[in-house]
Design a protein around this ligand. Structure first.
Ligand SMILES: [Zn+2]
Length: 324
């Protein structure tokens, strides 16, 4: 397990640490870049990421407290993320390590620095040595990277962009991956494509209205309370290769022949009411009920049972059909 501490420099209210025009505080860059870095590191095996302080702190967390936390957690490395200030002409990225450090620190710093330079294309100000407290007081490989100058207009525009922050984070991660030989977590196996659920679609032809538009999976087709006869019906199955068989009992005519998936049963333009229906499928249990004149909704019927009436001169006004 590699323990990595990310140290976004300063806090949101640290005095002075902001662009000369006040348009961004240094911590905003440091924090966003640290979070991007942590998110990227989460894609690798065997990594634990820590922040050096609460990123929502209103007050400055001292350098002592940050260094103490890193030492106490015995992290393998600390990466302190900053944005620079200097003469307005100064540009680019520089990385700092302590005055005397083990070779490992030097190697880690150079790998991170080179990757960040490579991915950002920024001016390379090199890896330098400095007596910074966060470097001096920490026991592990520690480095501080200054990712650009808030005091330079071109650098500042980059520091304010999320794209640039992501590039810096990616460069830092690339360096850590190289140094520690981190391996990516296996991509989660793609979820097996679930076929869409079978559904049943039907459309009713209603007196004075005509074809009403498709209804599906238990929705009401037809009308209730308007004394309008349902004259014809078409029913089909979707997302299944099952067969569907329907028959309708038509005023003056009796039972129709068997109709299949999507065929119309009943009559159109003859002024005849549908009085009863039967529906079945070879693979699915089809449930259906009809709203009959003077009676209302029947019970749910299934598997070819008759829904509605025959010989009573009562019209079907509405139907509901669904799969069990
Ligand atoms: Zn700083």
């Amino acid at each position: 397990m590699v323990k990595i501490m990310l140290d976004p420099g300063h806090d949101i209210n640290t005095p002075g640490k902001r662009a000369p025009d006040g348009s961004v505080r240094e911590f905003e860059f440091n924090k966003a870049t640290a979070i991007h870095t942590a998110n990227l590191l989460a894609q690798y095996n065997g990594v634990e990421v820590y922040f050096s302080h609460d990123l929502n702190d209103a007050i400055d967390t001292s350098l002592n407290a940050r260094a103490d936390l890193a030492n106490r957690l015995q992290v393998n490395c600390l990466v302190s993320i900053h944005a620079n200030a200097g003469p307005t002409s100064a540009r680019g990225i520089e990385t700092f390590i302590y005055l005397n450090t083990p070779t490992s620190t030097d190697n880690l710093a150079r790998m991170i620095h080179d990757h960040v330079i490579n991915i950002t294309g920024m001016t390379n100000r090199g890896v330098k040595r400095a007596d910074f407290a966060i470097l001096r007081q920490t026991n592990m490989d520690a480095l501080l990277i200054e990712c650009g100058f808030m005091t330079n207009n071109e650098d500042l525009a980059l520091l304010k962009s999320d794209e640039y922050r992501r590039k810096c984070a990616q460069g830092i991660v690339n360096g850590l991956v190289q140094f520690y030989g981190l391996t990516r977590k296996a991509a989660p196996a793609p979820a097996p494509a679930r076929p869409p659920a079978p559904s049943i679609v039907y459309e009713a032809h209603i007196e004075h209205i005509g074809w009403q538009g498709p209804r599906r999976n238990g929705e009401t087709a037809g009308t209730t309370g308007q004394s309008l006869r349902l004259e014809a019906l078409t029913v089909r199955l979707e997302n299944t290769n099952a067969k569907l068989e329907m028959e309708g009992h038509v005023e003056n005519k009796g039972w129709t022949t068997v109709r299949t998936n999507g065929e119309v049963f009943g009559t159109v333009g003859e002024g005849l009411r549908l009085e009863a229906i039967k529906i079945k499928s070879d693979q699915h249990t089809v449930l259906y009920r009809v709203h009959v004149q003077n009676i209302g909704w029947t019970d749910w019927k299934k598997n070819g049972e008759v829904a509605g009436t025959t010989g009573q001169a009562l019209r079907i006004e509405a139907v509901e059909i669904k799969l069990a």
